[in-house]
Design a protein. Sequence first.
Length: 274
Amino acid sequence: MNKVAKPLSGKTIVIAGSRKLDEMSSLIQKQGGTAIVRSLQGVTTFKEQEMEQELRLFIENQPEWVIFTTGIGAKALFDAADRLGIKDAFVQTVQQAKIAIRGYKTYNFLKTQELAPDIRDSDGTMKGLEEQLESVTFTKEQIWIQLHGEPAPDLVQFLEAKGALSVHTLLPYLNIEPEAETLQQLRQDIQQSQVDAICFTTAVQVRYLFNDASKNGYEDELRSALNQQVLAVSVGKVTSEALTQAGITRIVAPENERMGAMIVEMAKYYEEQK
């Protein structure tokens, strides 16, 4: 009697993340696949000195609005203010402002600080945050936005178009791109059809991959590969949003935004293709 083939049998799956690698590899192998790690996460460092100046300016300016977009970034600002001995003044400045947030982790962190948002995104994405801010008028108001390690020009433009006096972005983290060798290896893997799927666990991994493709003149080829031969697998809505913005239309993602659930959803997809 022949054994039934496992969902990922014969599939080579790239893990683009840097966390829970053994756990994810094991799940892929249990489903019959081969896991290879090509970490696109890069390195993230906190900009301590720059944030000291920014936090003091934030307190001095007393903006009308503050927008937090990540839980870890929001926590980093509160922790930095504490280390500097200005946490009370920082919290008071946040309290006097109207607060908008993106993401459940951001909400959960602010809850620990006994802060509640006035506006919350509809679906965990920046676009969902913009939808909730659509009815708000920002005429002649100062807005400060906490980002992670990358600018958000679309959000800034959206707020400026709604009449904001100024939009100031706080980027507490500096993202350093992955090793050139890793990017080159993944580029070759894709071009030589040695990869069946790529598991993306953060939006920055998507952007690093496409930035590399743009620099090396194969962005259209990469987009075509991800829409046809190489399955784009996303851990959740924010990562899926980055893939969609890059022009990817075929995305597999779990409802439960967890890495294990992502592998299960990918296996289910391939099982249904048989």
